[in-house]
Design a protein. Structure first.
Lengths: 456, 246, 189
């Protein structure tokens, strides 16, 4: 199903679309306020972009430097070429420790690898502990946003889910009380889990540390209570120096939610005494993207979600309309690298307004990459044949001024004299679903102009 | 100054009055512009659909048409932006480079090439300004809310100079209207919803005349205004300025 | 050395572009005043209490928290839950209040650097129901640039802690007290 078809389903609920749009616009406004209040914000964006560009250009060096320093710190480093190998490594570690109870904090990478279903299939009780993630886990849904995984749900939906799974009173939709219920429910899980899995926001090559940022404290609570901490990271999470974190911690949350920093910005360098810390470095298509010059800088992404919050299409179609782990504009440039055919409609799910590029804290030229993916898809034959042939025909007309002049005249006359019902048929004229066609004038500009020239 | 008028294909066919207003406004500001009739389109519809290669003959037609002029001026930021940004896939001959560098959006031309920052005139209406993304974010003709809270821009300045003209203060100053070229039909549902939301912002804040620098966004918004039978008149800013100039 | 490691590194080498320069990050300065720090901490849901004299700490804690709280702290003689790295989870889970030393605060975001050495147990700052961080008012820096400049090493584990645990995952409604501490007070000495 294309993005447009899935959006049409979302749009059926007009009220909810209004609410979804307004809620995310509110997040965008919080971001604006934080950005306006930081005078050097644009300089920080440039620095962040340059640091990431540099890192990607020497990624082999930094990966090895990170590995060497982490090992020196007593961290065990694993490499996974793809999602399956990542899942196998994690399961292997769990089995090695005889662990069946696992808590997990937010990690888009493990979503991308579909780790949860894999572990569950192998008898592991894996519990997502980020509140939003837990909500969607109970509902068996995918996250609809990288920072706000349950943003597609209203508090009534969450109330119903908690009533069903956690025994809250029916009709109790109070966020405060629902959060308290989740706190109690998840505390039990935190206290008994043998292994905790976390994502990674940044990996510092020069110190071999991984940095995890959360507001809820679920990552720290989980990994600091468990005997084993497994941190899963995409290979693009690297930054060279500890001091580079000053740039990234300043832009991440300001871009994401408008906060000055997350509640917990935690640096894990060594396992606690008697415990284990594992880092799994994952490729899963990233080296392929690194080899696409037009698209490689999408790997600079720090998963702040600002491009989603600002995207007028995302806000009105919801994260699930993208049918990819990472939704929104950034997802639309990452997904074709993974499966071009399946995600062929995503680069077209944009007006190319460019707002995504302008909010991106690491200056990924998202809308330009959307345009370029369209060209790749066109050349690879992944756009509908009807579009391809109509564009070819259009090009023939527009390359020949005489043909264009005549064609325009015929079309205008057609519009003028055909009945409204025929020109505005919603079945074959998508324009007409909500819009009138322009009233065709008798004369085109060029006809008028020629007449003026004769008069002179 | 040898200036060519670039009237985008859909303006030529559907909004001749905008082409006429552009030509007359330039005349009133002392510029005699030619309309080379060999012109057709900038090629953006094909390119945005992923058929950039098919657009190449159209790009060459554009360059051949306008190569002999000092400046090319059009009342459509999106088309101008396409010429400037995306004509990079053809060989960069001196002609191509010249045309890309000297194709201007009308108001950019008036302000930055003609150096005219105030047009005397009167237009006593409540006017809502729609900022088109390609003019604003692409050609930097207006500040962006992503960067600054200051709502400033070329058109805002030109319109503010009109006597009696009151500009609508919008809730969302620069959100995209959802036209997006072929997006308006390939993602028709979202496109329509975006347009309706934009129009609603204008209605909420009292716009009686909805204007902008890009007729493509206005065509889409006008389609929505007319379908909903709203008491809002949609005009290209060239029409306002040309009609109001003293 | 797994084969995936070699495969990945080879693919990286084949696909990465020519080296691009690594920029020097300037030290963006800013306001490092107590007022700025205090207003930001309040903005993120925390509280700042100015303690005129470090000796008054027990008295202030007594005023701020109920007398029956189970307290873990290396700073207070009246701490009644002894905690170290080996303390069992059940004991940790019963702590009402942890009073810990913060190393320095960052005025621009209200965060306080707490290294492992100050935590008694790595999980204590999160598992405790309430958290109080003691901070010397002379140890405030303006921005994260000065903050990292003060950290030659981050040790085995350390965190910038900014306010109480919070979430907005239900309809963007801010709720304080997600999984970590329900409240966070900074005791400025």
């Amino acid at each position: 199903m294309s993005h447009s078809k899935r959006s049409d389903i979302f749009l059926l609920d007009t009220e909810r679309t209004t609410w979804h749009d307004a809620t995310l616009w509110f997040v965008r406004q919080k971001r604006d306020k934080a950005v306006y209040a930081t005078p050097e914000f644009q300089e920080l964006r440039q620095l962040a972009s340059d640091i990431k560009d540099h890192t990607l250009s020497r990624l082999d060096f930094y990966l090895q430097q990170f590995e060497e320093n982490a090992r020196r710190n007593g961290v065990q480093v694993h490499w996974a070429a793809d999602a399956h190998e990542h899942n196998q490594i994690v399961l292997g570690l769990l089995q090695q420790h005889g662990a069946t109870r696992v808590v997990k904090s937010k990690s888009m990478l493990t979503e991308e690898c579909h780790l949860n279903p894999y572990l569950i299939k192998h008898g592991v009780d894996v519990i997502d502990t980020d509140l939003g993630e837990r909500i969607i886990q109970l509902r068996d849904e995918a996250p609809s946003h990288v920072v706000l995984p349950a943003i597609h749900l209203k508090k009534e939906d969450v109330g119903d889910t908690f009533h069903l799974h956690l025994g809250t009173e029916k009709g109790n939709n109070d966020p405060q009380q629902l959060t308290e219920t989740a706190r109690q429910h998840l505390r039990e899980k935190f206290l008994v889990s043998e292994v905790a899995i976390s994502g990674v926001n940044f990996a510092v090559a020069e110190t071999g540390s991984v940095v995890v940022c959360t507001n809820e404290g679920n990552a720290d609570l989980g990994v600091n209570l468990a005997k084993v901490h497994i941190a899963c990271m995409g290979m693009e999470k690297l930054i060279p120096r500890l001091s580079d974190l000053s740039v990234f911690t300043r832009i991440l949350t300001r871009s994401a939610t408008g906060q000055p920093i997350t509640t917990y910005t935690s640096h894990f360098s060594k396992p606690a005494e008697g415990k284990e810390l594992h880092v799994v470095i994952v490729d899963n298509g990233r080296t392929k993207q690194l080899g696409r010059p037009d698209f490689r800088n999408s790997l600079k992404c720090i998963r702040c979600g600002a491009c989603m919050n600002t995207c007028p299409v995302y806000r009105r179609s919801g994260g699930h309309s993208y049918d990819f782990t990472i939704p929104g504009p950034i997802g639309a440039i990452l997904s074709p690298n993974i499966d071009m055919r399946k995600h062929a409609s995503l680069p077209f799910a944009s007006t190319l307004c460019g707002s995504c590029t302008d909010v991106c804290p690491v200056k990924i030229d998202i809308h330009t990459q959307l345009y370029k993916w369209r060209q790749v898809l066109g050349q690879e034959g992944e756009i509908p044949a009807s579009k391809k042939w109509s564009m070819r025909l259009l090009s023939r007309v527009l390359a020949k001024p005489a043909m264009y002049g005549l064609g325009g005249k015929v079309a205008r006359q057609g519009l003028r004299f055909l009945p409204h019902g025929l020109t505005h048929g919603k079945g074959y004229n998508p324009w007409a679903i909500a819009r009138e066609l322009p009233e065709p004038p008798k004369q085109s500009f060029r006809e008028w102009y020629a007449q003026q020239m004769v008069k002179l | 100054m040898k200036v060519a008028l670039f009237i985008p294909c859909y303006v030529d066919q559907f909004y001749p009055q905008v082409g006429i207003a552009t030509l007359q406004l330039l005349e009133k500001l002392g510029v005699q512009a030619d309309f080379p009739k060999q012109q057709t389109c900038c090629g953006q519809p094909m390119a945005n659909s992923g058929c950039e290669q098919d657009a190449i003959p159209v790009y060459y037609n554009f360059v051949d048409t306008f190569d002999g002029y000092e400046y090319v001026v059009g009342p459509a930021g999106s088309c101008v932006y396409h010429v400037r940004k995306h004509f990079d896939i053809i060989e960069q001959t001196p002609a191509v480079q010249h045309v890309r560098a000297n194709t201007y959006e009308l108001f950019d031309f008036i302000l930055n090439i003609l150096g005219i920052s105030e047009i005397p005139g009167s237009f006593p209406h409540k006017v809502g300004l729609h900022l088109s993304c390609h003019g604003q974010r692409g050609l930097h003709q207006a500040n962006e809310s992503e960067m600054t809270p200051v709502r400033d821009g070329q058109l805002k300045r030109l319109l503010s100079g009109m006597q009696g003209l009151e500009l609508t203060e919008l809730d969302r100053n620069d959100e995209c209207c959802g036209f997006g070229g072929t997006f308006c039909v390939s993602e028709a549902g979202i496109s329509a919803r975006m347009g309706q939301d934009r129009v609603a912002d204008h209605v909420r804040n009292g716009t009686r005349v909805l204007t902008g620098g890009d007729m493509s966004c206005l065509m889409h918004l006008e389609g929505i205004v007319r379908r909903a039978k709203l008491p809002i008149k949609v005009m290209h800013a060239a029409e306002i300025l040309n009609g109001a100039i003293l | 050395m797994s084969s995936s490691r070699e495969k990945i590194l080879a693919a990286v080498r084949a696909n990465q572009p020519d080296e691009l320069p690594l920029p020097t990050v300037p030290s963006f300065e800013g306001d490092d005043s107590v007022e700025k720090f205090t207003s930001i901490v309040q903005g993120i849901g925390g509280t700042v209490v100015e303690v005129t004299d470090a000796a008054r700490l027990p008295e202030v804690i007594h005023q701020l928290f109920p007398a029956d709280y189970r307290i873990a702290s290396p700073l207070l003689p009246e701490a009644n839950v002894p905690v170290d790295a080996q303390t069992p989870i059940e004991v940790l889970a019963a702590v009402d209040l942890a009073v810990l030393q913060g190393e320095f605060g960052v005025a621009e975001n209200g965060s306080i650097w707490v290294p492992e050495a100050n935590m008694l147990h790595r999980a204590l700052p999160m598992i405790t129901q309430h958290l109080a961080l003691v901070l010397d008012r002379r140890n405030l820096v303006a921005t994260m640039h000065q903050a990292y400049a003060r950290l030659p090493s981050v040790g085995g584990y350390g965190t910038f802690l900014a306010g109480p645990s919070k979430t907005a995952d239900i309809e963007q409604s801010l709720v304080i007290g997600a999984h970590g501490a329900r409240s966070m007070v900074v005791l400025l000495v």
